[in-house]
Design a protein around this ligand. Structure first.
Ligand code: CO
Length: 163
């Protein structure tokens, strides 16, 4: 399983909901966690490993103690505005300021099928928004200002050329 990077077309596809979790799915979900740690990420979405389904893995401190897998995650409510710099394992070497909601209310299922509803703010709210964007074919560079787009344009072009 290879980490998919820009401009891989799977990153632009809308991922489908995960309907059932069998052995294959379990294996892929654990591979997602492994890939996330291998690359020192704090979040990863299915499409980033070439799996176009609505699953995300999250670990706010990247140390493994608080790692979580969320199935069919959704944002129910969002409020406030926050700016912070982001990067993405699928856009190596690119970082930019991204404006997002500061607080979100989200829902998802666990691997065991338990329904969750969580209120998140700050970094966790940001990670969820970033990962859910991935499930909708959106990358963080789609959300940055024109000036910032000019700034990252060269790096994106070199990713395109090497891809
Ligand atoms: Co990303």
């Amino acid at each position: 399983m290879k980490l998919r990077t820009y401009p891989d077309p799977i990153l632009r596809r809308r991922a489908r909901p995960l309907k059932q979790i069998g052995q294959d799915e379990r294996k892929k979900l654990h591979e997602m966690l492994e890939k996330m740690y291998e690359n020192e990420g704090i979040g990863l979405a299915g499409p980033q490993i070439g799996w176009s389904v609505r699953v995300i893995t999250v670990d706010p401190d990247g140390k493994g103690q608080r790692k979580r897998i969320f199935i069919n995650p959704q944002i129910l409510e969002s409020s406030g505005i926050a700016d912070a710099e982001e990067g993405c394992l699928s856009l190596p070497g690119i970082r930019s300021n991204v404006q997002r909601s500061d607080k979100v209310v989200v829902s998802a299922y666990t691997m065991e099928g338990e329904a969750l509803k969580l209120e998140l703010e700050g970094l966790m709210a940001r990670v969820w928004q970033h990962e859910i964007d991935h499930l909708n074919g959106i990358l963080f560079v789609d959300k940055i200002t024109t000036a910032e787009k000019l700034h990252v344009r060269e790096k994106m072009r070199s990713l395109s050329d090497s891809g």
